[in-house]
Ligand binder design. Structure first.
Ligand code: GDP
Length: 486
């Protein structure tokens, strides 16, 4: 990590230490955030390596050259080598909520960097183009307009080209793909509930064979980058690209995801009047993914967490604090959640009585959606919330939520994670033992469904535990069975 000097921020380096090309490399006006983001976002404490920067510049050239060939992707999956030339692709298929989509786009992009492929995105009904700026200059990361999505709907479990199915047909111990693979495409099923055959995607022998398959469809809802380290050549390359191992998603999310002009306007219209004046911003992201806890109980836990870890000040018994002259600044607290109860809890806490210290505490919430919904307007709100969250100096997040993973990575801030509880009855006992929340072990997202690796086909009982293969791939704090890079 580098040390920041006071002047660094004011300079507003728009290339983010060379991670991005300067705005003039792109079509003018298409992405205002590209020029303005550095004026409101503090610079990262982590510098991208020169190797990563060189890889990205190569990638941009390759993308521009190869993306137009996607018009040749055929309507029924029969792709000809002649049409595609030396270009190879990874085609990302949209899945799940926005956080899941962002961690999987980034995973597929890292894979594309490792394998010299070009990443193209399914934007059927997801309006990726409306949410984000195009990340690569002079080209598009979206599949061509004429792409036949009826065909993509068939790239599911039953598809004959599913990697696990192709491998299975050669026999468990063989780990061999047909040569050549019919129609030149393979469907990598990287969903959390894939099978042991699909999970052999993370075996070196499989990756060597995939080198001759020009088209790879990628359907996933998990962050697989930790698993890519299990393939030795990928591990070597990842270490060169990311010498600070736990910064993969940090750099990749800052490289790939920039709010479109429409979203940028909304971000500024919320941030400037509500958050900009504060000298410090604390972001709280609340999401309940388990059925055994209630929102009011989590609100109590949240307040206890921010007070216990001194993330926010206690109420003060000192009446002097009521005087205007005793407060010199303000801290902004941004609460993002589907449920308003957390916002109300904190808002009341800081309105009822003065807080200790020199700051007024302003509590804000940009949206109240109540339930998870789909469609552009909801995705836009979610993206605005995530982005505002990512402008925080300190974050508290909910276990297991990919929404929080995006916020923390863009922010470059390792979050405090709320402690998981087994049941309402035992919650207090758990908190007494483990605390209401704890600091995460790294900035990286958790890989929720890592492979039990059996690349040699030794059979059940011989598979490797993913958390014991490499010393820097550890069990996640927030998901049982998950692993993350630290
Ligand atoms: P995860 O389910 O927590 O891993 O996160 P995802 O982003 O993949 O899916 C959650 C979806 O629920 C989002 O895409 C939003 O539509 C919605 N959602 C969850 N939390 C929030 C929030 O704090 N604000 C908004 N606007 N939407 C949210």
């Amino acid at each position: 990590a580098k040390t920041l000097k006071a002047g660094d921020w004011a300079l507003g380096d728009r290339t983010l230490d060379g991670l991005l090309l300067p705005p003039k490399a792109y079509e003018p006006g298409q992405c205002i955030a590209r020029s303005e983001e550095s004026l409101i976002r503090k610079p990262s404490a982590y510098r991208p390596s020169s190797h990563l920067i060189a890889k990205l510049r190569d990638y941009e050239v390759r993308h521009k050259r190869c993306a137009p060939k996607a018009v040749h992707f055929s309507q029924n999956g029969t792709n000809s080598m002649e049409d595609l030339g030396d270009c190879q692709f990874v085609v990302w298929i949209a899945n799940s909520g926005l956080g899941n989509r962002m961690i999987t786009i980034a995973s597929a992009f890292v894979y594309a960097l490792l394998t010299d492929r070009v990443l193209l995105l399914d934007h059927n009904g997801t309006d990726i183009g409306g949410l984000y700026c195009e990340p690569f200059p002079g080209t598009s990361w979206l599949l061509p307009e004429n792409y036949d999505y009826r065909w993509m709907d068939k790239v599911v479990w039953e598809n004959d080209h599913r990697l696990g199915r192709l491998l299975q047909s050669s026999g468990y111990a063989n780990v061999t793909l047909p040569a050549p693979v019919p129609n030149n495409y393979v469907f990598a099923n990287l969903m959390h509930n894939n099978d042991e055959h699909d999970k052999r995607f993370f075996c070196g022998k499989v990756q060597r064979q995939l080198k001759r398959v020009p088209l790879l469809y990628w359907r996933s809802n998990v962050y697989v980058v930790p698993g890519l380290h299990f393939v030795y050549p990928f591990h070597r390359e990842l270490d060169l690209m990311f010498p600070e191992r736990g910064t993969v998603f940090h750099h990749m999310s800052r490289y790939l995801f920039r709010p479109s002009n429409l979203v940028w306007g909304t971000i500024l219209r919320f941030r400037q009047p509500h958050l900009a004046a504060a000298h410090r911003q604390v972001g709280l992201q609340l999401r309940i993914l388990e059925s055994n806890i209630t929102a009011p109980a989590v609100a109590d836990q949240l307040l206890a967490c921010v007070l216990e870890k001194k993330i926010l000040p206690q109420q003060s018994p000192n009446t002097e604090d009521k005087l205007l002259s005793s407060k010199t600044g303000s801290t902004a607290v941004l609460v993002t959640s589907l449920d308003e109860v957390y916002y109300q809890k904190l808002q009341n806490y800081y309105l009822d009585l003065p807080a200790e210290g020199p700051d007024y505490i302003g509590v804000h919430t940009p949206s109240k959606e109540e339930t998870q919904q789909f469609g552009f307007d909801h995705d836009k709100k979610a993206w605005v919330d995530m982005y505002l969250l990512s402008l925080s100096d300190t974050l508290v997040t909910s276990p297991q939520s990919t929404f929080g993973y995006v916020g923390q990575a863009l922010a470059g801030a390792t979050p405090w994670i709320l402690t998981k509880t087994k049941s309402a009855e035992t919650a207090e006992e758990t908190f007494q033992e483990h605390g209401y929340c704890n600091r995460g072990i790294s900035l990286e997202p958790c890989f929720h469904a890592p492979p039990l690796l059996d690349c040699k086909g030794r059979g059940p009982g011989h598979a490797l535990d993913p958390s014991s293969i490499l010393h820097f791939i550890k069990p996640c704090e927030d998901v049982l069975g998950g692993v993350k890079i630290m």
